[in-house]
Design a binder for this molecule. Sequence first.
Ligand code: ZN
Ligand code: ZN
Length: 343
Amino acid sequence: MKAVAFAAPGRMELRDVPDPQPGPGEVAVAVRYCGICGSDLHEYTSQAPSLRAAGLFQPIMGHEFTGIVAALGPYVDGLAAGDPVVVHPGGACGGCWHCRRGLANLCAEQMGTGYRRPGGYAERTVVRADQALRLPHESWLKPAALTEPFAVALRAVNRGALGAGETVFVAGGGPIGLLSVLAAQRKGAGMVIVSEPAAPRRELALSLGADFAVDPAQSASLQVREITHGLGCDLAVEAAGIAATMDDCLAAARRGGRIVVAGAFEQPYPVNLLNLLVQEQSIAGTFGYTSEFREARDLIVSGAVDMAPLISRTVPLAELPAVFEQLATDRGSGHKVLVAPGG
Ligand SMILES: [Zn+2]
Ligand SMILES: [Zn+2]
């Protein structure tokens, strides 16, 4: 089969590799749509020591995908060949301290698909049967490819303990920031404000239902203060992973407000936490998702949340190396690009 592999930092390669076969308790999934994730691009461009180059992670990335069950290994119940599914890429161990307490996202022994196990940038991949969640119909295969990043956004909002009617500020209008807008709305936010330097992404945020989209070049936090009549936001979601957006979140949150760090910080940076003390603010991290994955799938396949406006284009597997090269220098409009290995 064809697959695209990480060959070295800055180099993805289309390869012919053997068809993976499902073992006991596993299924083979013919990949239909796989989202290109910012974290994959991050690994691709990073100069930091690569877990993939070191052989700890498999060369085939891709953890946001849907497909059709193509073959079943022994001892698989509840799935049949031909079933359309979305894959939960987690692969938690199920037995550790965190897994036993419902925090599988914090499992240290995860055999994550697209990480320690080969991912969805391939015509076919093998996952544990319990990772494959059924979709009601094949027509959901495309929008459901956004289940995984939507689950990330839902958890970010959950980690911020959003109350009904509260004001949410989202710093960063990439896919996770935009999905956080949808997540905040689903969770009962009163007003949602997005900051994003790129005009097309601000427009997309507004078209998804954000109440305001501000340009951080004109001090995002001051604009949030203005919009909220001086109070500040109840919850700020940092969705860019850089000092400027984190500072905006700290400055935009009201006294007693919460800040959730959803962006992947590449660099440490100095920050004065005195304001955190004086203003009694809280900062929470967010990693992956637990029950939010099923919730995201259900919201998508019930039609409650429309993912179509977030998908810009679908490319064949052979074009993936070129698309990585392009997205590494220009992340574009904030839309998701999907790869369709089935053509
Ligand atoms: Zn991702
Ligand atoms: Zn575990």
